[in-house]
Design a protein around this ligand. Sequence first.
Ligand code: NDP
Length: 315
Amino acid sequence: MATPEKATCVIIGSGPAGYTAAIYASRANMNPILYTGSEPGGQLMITTDVENYPGYPEGVQGPTMMDDFMKQAERFGTQIRREMITKVDFSGEKHKLWTETGHELEADSVIISTGASAKWLGLENEQRLARNGGGVSACAVCDGFFYRGLDVAIVGAGDTAAEEALYLSKLCKNVHMLVRRDEMRASKIMQERVKKAENITIHWNTETVDVLGQDEVEGALVVNNKTKEESTLKVQGFFVAIGHKPNTGIFKEFLDMDETGYLITTPGRSYTNVEGVFASGDAQDHIYRQAVTAAGSGCMAALDAERYLAEKGVI
Ligand code: NDP
């Protein structure tokens, strides 16, 4: 059996949290190795304009920003590996990690910045048509382009759904927004924008019964949950924007998490319940979930890890 690779600091994840942790860790001589995961750059890779990240007065494209983050981490010597960590063992003093190809590492410290992934409704047809590229998507910014001039539906009523409905309204003929309650969770300003858009129809108290179509979306069967009346919307694209789930499954056995899977850290710090394992970004934040807060928490995790390693005499 091959000897495990020794590492001072392994960072899992490549969103703003992971790259910021990498910038700080590499500048503190922690020789970090960063595993990008299956979606290098994280959620910002599927975002267009980022207008609320300080330092970009004119805004910036999500992928451009993440490319800048990566280059900055690389400049200070972070080793960036385009692979997934698929298994960990945090039961011993050294933290063990395995990549998807079976490569084993033994790390003095681990920073988790695995982020969160889109949630689905869980309907059979939704899943099938999402998997085969038949017109179901959880990312309007990625896939909206394919529905130019067509009619689409979008499920959800948070800021993501509002933002994506507006994005789609600029490309598509009609956008049907399916809201399960009689109010929206989105911020007031986003709600106003959605309500003002001429080609967005908000369907209140409306839930999806099924996504229709064999190989491609042909419509959505919806029900008004007050009147119980069912109706069919003729749409060619079906977008789901109902929130996210933290990517923390592989840590279940070892780390404390809440019922949704968000990692629990010591208030105001990045400590998990395992010494030497730190958490940052959306994997541990269900409240703010912003690029700038994720970046800030990545910085905290690297500083906490640095102090931990210094106290142990590792660096
Ligand atoms: P949220 O959790 O805020 O909203 C999820 C929405 O989906 C809710 O309206 C919820 O309905 C609805 N929903 C959940 N499950 C279902 C279901 N099974 N069927 C139908 N509808 C469902 O998630 P978001 O992704 O919108 O936002 C996450 C965070 O990110 C928020 O804090 C948000 O403010 C922030 N954000 C900020 C942005 C910005 O500042 N530019 C852009 C995007 C997000 P209900 O309300 O009934 O529970």
